[in-house]
Each structure stands twice: as C-alpha cells, then as structure tokens.
Design a protein. Structure first.
Length: 263
C-alpha cells in the first residue's frame, strides 16, 4: 500500500510548476482572444521595433553608448555611434571597437554593455512615446489586427519605456535580445515575434526606424515600413528595403488603410 501511495504522490506536479504552466496557458488564451486570428484568412500583422519607432529614445541610447565608450578610454563622435543604433549591442560594440582601432575582447564588451545599460536607465525617465504611437497601437488592437514588439535591447532597458506606452505585458507579444541568438540585422527577433503572434512572417510587416530593421525584414521575407523618427533618411530606408516611409507613428496611422490596416 505504501508503495502504491508513493507512486501516486510522485506523479503529482510540483505546485509552483503547475501555477507557472497555468499562467503561461492563460497568457496564450488571452492573446488568442485578443486578436481572434483566423489562419484560413491570413491578414497583415505588424511587428514593431521599439527605440525610434514607438518611443523617442534613439539619442538617449547614443549618449549612453558615448558615456560607456569614454569610460573605457574610447572617444567617438556622436554621429558615428548614431549610425549603428538599432543593431545588436554586441555587434555594435565590436564594430565600434574595430573602427576605432581598439582591441575587442569579451570582458571589455560586457563592461561596455553594463555601462550603457546603467547610463541609459538614468536617462530613461525623460523618454516619451513618439507622436501617435499610443493611438496607432490602440487602433490596431481595436481593429483586432495582430501586432508585436521586437527590440534589439534587453528587457532591463526596454521595460521602463514599454511601460510609458501602456503596453499590456500579458497580452502583447514582446521579443527582446535576451530571447534570440542574434539580433538585428539578423531576422531572429522578427521571426520570433511572428511566431509568438501565431502568424506567418511572410504576411507580416516590420515597422522600424533604421536600416538594420529593414535589412532584418528582408532577410525574414517580410515587408518593411520605415519611419524617419530615428534619424535615417527616406532614401537610406528605401535602399535597405522599405516599401513605404512615414514621418512617425502618427503619420503611419493617417495612412493605415493603405498598408493593410483596415478594420
């Protein structure tokens, strides 16, 4: 009898594990209810970059990277740093070190990453959503058009600015650098975001402010829409693959019915 009871108790799942699984299941169900996706009738899904696309944070990132580099005795002009914003932080660090003639090593890269995060988080209180950003995502939600956020940043720097957007973390799929092997210009972030939404990447549209977003979109076989709110020119975004370019989220919302955003 003892042996039988022991076997029965061994089969019982750990309470903490059961609660975690239940929470994940509830999240998935809420997302399905939120978007009412119909796989037999594919519709456009929008995969948004974060910095410079939904929130006005590009230049805070630039200054944070400049501070981090100077802490390692690497003086670099702001414009050089700006041209790399939007790509993977690790890749960006390696490129900047190589271009400035400094030695690349893992320990220095980790110090730079940590210093950048600290410097950026000090500046993040001043960051605000870009014009029309809240209205744009609210429109998509109301119209039951799937959307997600995919950022090269890690959650430690992304969370404070996501909160300024009023993002519901339980309903909106968010993919950060922590979750993929490679960030932009590799397509991993956007492919993962489409997967979380349960949509095909081929029917998705990537919205971003940098050439790195557009290159990642092309490599993922998605359409690309560029925004000027991150500092890149229309011609640069178009050369990198954008089929439409708008000033900011507000401008995109004004033309939403032209790009697959009809109710």
């Amino acid at each position: 009898m003892r042996a039988i009871l022991a076997k029965r108790f061994m089969r019982l799942p750990h309470p903490t594990l059961s609660r975690k699984r239940e929470r994940e299941k509830n999240k998935r169900e809420r997302r399905k209810t939120h978007y009412h996706l119909r796989m037999d009738n594919p519709q456009t899904a929008f995969l948004f970059d974060l910095d410079g696309t939904l929130v006005d944070s590009v230049y805070q990132h630039v200054l944070a990277w400049q501070e981090a580099l100077e802490s390692e005795g690497i003086p670099l002009s702001v414009w050089r740093i700006h041209r790399k914003i939007g790509m993977s932080g690790g890749l960006m660090t390696n490129i900047l070190l190589r271009e400035s003639g400094h030695e690349i090593d893992a320990a220095r890269g980790e110090r730079l990453r940590r210093m950048h995060a600290e410097s950026y988080n000090r500046r993040s209180k001043a960051i605000r959503p870009l014009p029309g950003a809240r209205a744009l995502v609210a429109h998509l939600t109301e119209a039951r058009i799937p959307w997600a956020i995919a950022t090269s940043g890690r959650m430690e720097t992304a969370r404070p600015v996501l909160e300024t957007l009023g993002v519901d973390f339980d309903r909106v799929p968010i993919v950060t650098r922590d979750e993929v092997r490679y960030a932009k210009p590799d397509p991993d972030l956007f492919i993962a975001a489409a997967k979380k939404l349960g949509v095909g990447i081929e029917t998705s549209t990537v919205v971003g402010d940098s050439v790195w977003d557009m290159l990642a979109a092309r490599r993922a076989r998605a359409l690309g829409i560029g925004l000027l709110s991150g500092g890149y020119a229309s011609e640069e975004l178009e050369r990198a693959g954008a089929y439409r370019v708008f000033e900011d989220p507000a401008d995109m919302l004004r033309h939403i019915d032209e790009i697959g955003g009809r109710r």
